[in-house]
Design a protein around this ligand. Structure first.
Ligand SMILES: Cc1cc2nc3c(=O)[nH]c(=O)nc-3n(C[C@H](O)[C@H](O)[C@H](O)COP(=O)(O)O)c2cc1C
Length: 173
């Protein structure tokens, strides 16, 4: 594995890339930095934020050999993996990890802000009216209404376990 490459809008994905870099010792680059300094075909872990169900920047990341994808969204860590894989057409051979990031409508600009204001009004309203919300839905509603900071090292456990297993496999003769 050569590098970590990420695409962020409000900073959560960058923070996860930095935490992953600290834990693995791999260098982390934004997409723009990586396009300058990571050679085409190098092995990378790609991190992108989730927009309308798909992973931002995944198509551009295919110039490298993507070994795993971390998709940062507002849903709980480990949920919506199958739908994200499907929407971004990520092959079954590449593991997908979803990570819960931060969300704050006030931090958004332009069309993203309009989209999420609308989402909070529509999806937020129907969630608020739902009598039998699951703990995940309660968390999502709280994020929508009050914003939330959910980036944490504990969310990287599955990615780090996968990374450790890869290293072990390569190092075992
Ligand atoms: C326009 C827009 C669409 C979004 N769509 C989704 C989505 O489909 N699923 C999801 O889990 N999060 C969605 N989010 C939430 C972001 O993925 C989440 O806030 C994430 O932490 C952003 O990462 P960043 O801080 O690196 O930009 C959306 C956010 C915006 C602004």
């Amino acid at each position: 594995m050569n590098a970590i490459v990420y695409t962020t809008n409000t900073g959560s994905t960058k923070r996860y890339a930095e935490l992953l870099a600290r834990e693995t010792g791999l260098p982390a680059y934004s997409m723009a930095e990586a396009e300058r300094s990571v050679p085409t075909g190098a092995e990378i872990i790609y991190l992108g934020w989730i927009m309308a169900g798909s992973v931002k920047g995944y198509a551009a990341a295919k110039r490298w050999s993507v070994r795993a994808v971390c998709a940062v969204g507002m849903g709980r860590t480990g949920t919506q993996t199958d739908s994200v894989r499907k929407k971004s057409a990520i092959p079954a051979s590449i593991p997908v990890f979803t990570l819960q990031g931060n969300f704050d409508v006030k931090k958004l600009r332009g069309v993203y802000r309009l989209m999420m204001e609308l989402m909070v009004k529509t999806a937020g309203k129907s969630l608020a009216a739902k009598p039998d919300r699951t703990p995940e839905e309660d968390d999502m509603l709280d994020m929508m209404l009050h914003g939330g900071q959910r980036v944490g090292i504990e969310n990287l456990r599955a990615v780090l376990d996968w990374y450790g297993a890869q290293k072990e496999r390569r190092e075992t003769p």
